[in-house]
Ligand binder design. Structure first.
Ligand code: ZN
Length: 167
């Protein structure tokens, strides 16, 4: 697996001076380090992980979003979801795999999966700010943590979501 942290640090958990500086500057967080090391620990079992670029992890409420490069989400989602279950067991969180640098529609589809998106559009507010409205198919599901999803979208993509439901 590739990441902002070097292979030595990912494997040993001991930070070299370069990686420690990244941590101190906030370019890498403790959470990033923790998740990256979990992924590295199962690389031999799931070799597709060797090609995955891990960009970081973002936590909101009980949801942990794992950010990977465009095209890498499927590698983690293969193996019948075993990698997801491993991460859920280890962290106690609900896991989402998101591509941080993909197009906005794909990002939102992955964020709200398995719900399907009917419409995405922009709303310009009188104060000049823009919201991205996402209309999901179905009635509001209590299992969907809308606030956590909004926070993840804000932190990863800088977009303000307005989430609605329609049949
Ligand atoms: Zn290092």
């Amino acid at each position: 697996m590739k990441a902002e942290l070097c292979q030595f640090c990912l494997r040993s958990g001991i930070l070299c001076s370069k990686c420690r500086a990244k941590l101190e500057r906030g370019e890498v967080t403790r959470l990033d380090l923790e998740i990256a090391r979990l992924l590295v620990s199962i690389e031999d079992k799931y070799p597709l992980l060797q090609d995955v670029y891990f960009h970081g992890a973002v936590e909101a409420d009980n949801i942990l979003a794992i950010l990977v490069r465009r095209g890498d989400a499927n590698k983690i989602l293969s193996y019948g979801g075993k990698i997801i279950r491993f991460l859920e067991d280890k962290t106690g969180k609900s896991i989402r795999i998101l591509e941080y640098n993909t197009n906005e529609r794909k990002f939102l589809e992955d964020l709200f999966s398995p719900l399907s998106i009917l419409t995405i559009n922009k709303i310009w507010l009188p104060d000049g700010t823009v919201e991205t409205r996402v209309i999901l198919k179905g009635r509001k599901k209590s299992s969907l943590n809308v606030n956590a999803m909004r926070e993840i979208a804000k932190r990863v993509r800088g977009i303000t979501l307005r989430v609605e439901f329609a049949d």
